[in-house]
Design a protein around this ligand. Structure first.
Ligand SMILES: [Fe+2]
Length: 328
């Protein structure tokens, strides 16, 4: 039995326009900041839970501080586990300086147990063409599975890690990019076992939890594992299950990272593309059988190696370094 996220209550002045059948909505009538009325915040949260990814145009006035302040209205901002903050802010740069894109389907940071609940992405500089982002609804992907495949997925667990094969995924990467991936993004190897179907803590929906950070299905090796991951991932990526957004500078997208995957399309050649992301703390996933996700390595979760600890966004502690282009 799967529940559906409830329809959000309406707030005067706030307009919600659905984009596609299964996810995505544009919200108009609000200027995002850290000083929104509680009923506006509640309406945004309900809209987000119902539509999985929501878009706001014309938020040019947001900067790193107010972006983060708005994030605090949805929860607690969290630092990336390994990539340093260069300015003491939770705002995490996603740019094209190094020629890469997050062009693999993934949910953010699923290599740790309580991976982010929400990601808030703000477009600063957009290319003249291309550079769109796609999102897929992992709740409707589960919901539309045939019953035997639902049962199969519910019994599986998968190991997620940040130590994925970067070189294989980016055959055009230069040695400097490979070095940055190894020395910064994958400096500590995280491995977490998650249920393949998690029960959403706010909506009760069942969602498929897979994506780019999956190393293997627990208990299986090699071809069987890859075949099963591909089988379910294919359902997530079906075009009917996705929405695509063409960025303008000043746009903000917020997604429920527990009920979506996303993909940054790498098709704007060498044009600059600069976005900033604030992620909001999540909770440890629970499977249909009540089992929670478990951290396999390291033995305990360290404070972020570089950057800022949760709830202490004052000054950067790590050595600012050039950031690698990462996908999560
Ligand atoms: Fe991402």
């Amino acid at each position: 039995m799967t529940t559906t996220a409830p329809e959000p209550t309406s707030v005067p002045g706030l307009t919600v326009t659905r984009l596609n059948g299964r996810l995505g909505a544009v919200v108009e009538g609000v200027r995002l900041s850290g000083e929104l009325a509680p009923e506006t915040v509640a309406a945004i949260r309900e809209t987000l839970l119902a539509h999985k990814v929501v878009f706001f145009r014309g938020q040019d006035r947001l900067d790193a501080a107010s972006h983060e302040a708005f994030g605090r209205l949805l929860g607690t901002p969290v630092a990336h586990p390994t990539v340093p903050s260069t300015d003491g802010r939770y705002s995490f740069p996603i740019n094209s300086d190094h020629g890469g894109r997050a062009n693999q389907w993934h949910s953010d940071v699923t290599f740790v147990p309580a991976y982010p609940a929400f990601s808030i992405l703000r477009a600063i500089t957009v290319p003249p063409y291309g550079g769109n982002t796609l999102w897929a609804n992992t709740a409707t992907a589960y919901e539309h599975l045939p019953a035997p495949l639902k049962r199969l997925a519910e019994g599986l667990r998968a190991v997620h890690s940040n130590d994925y094969d970067y070189a294989a995924l980016r055959p055009d990467a230069v040695p400097e990019q490979l070095r940055r991936f190894r020395d910064v993004f994958a400096k500590i190897t995280f491995r977490t076992e998650h249920p393949v179907v998690r029960v959403h803590p706010e909506t009760g929906e069942r969602t498929l939890l897979l994506g780019n950070f999956v190393q293997k299905i627990a208990g299986l090796t090699g071809q069987d594992s890859r075949d099963l991951v591909d089988l379910f991932q294919r359902h997530i990526e079906r075009p009917e299950n996705t929405v695509r957004w063409q960025w303008r500078a000043g746009d903000v997208a917020i997604w429920d990272n527990r009920a979506t995957q996303h993909y940054g399309v790498d098709d704007s050649d060498d044009h600059e593309r600069e976005l900033a992301r604030v992620t909001i703390d999540g909770d440890v996933p629970v499977g249909v059988d009540g089992r929670t996700s478990t951290l396999l390595s390291p033995e305990s979760l360290p404070e972020p190696v570089h950057g800022i600890a949760s709830g202490a966004s004052t000054a950067a502690t790590g050595t600012p370094t050039a950031l690698p282009t990462v996908t999560g």
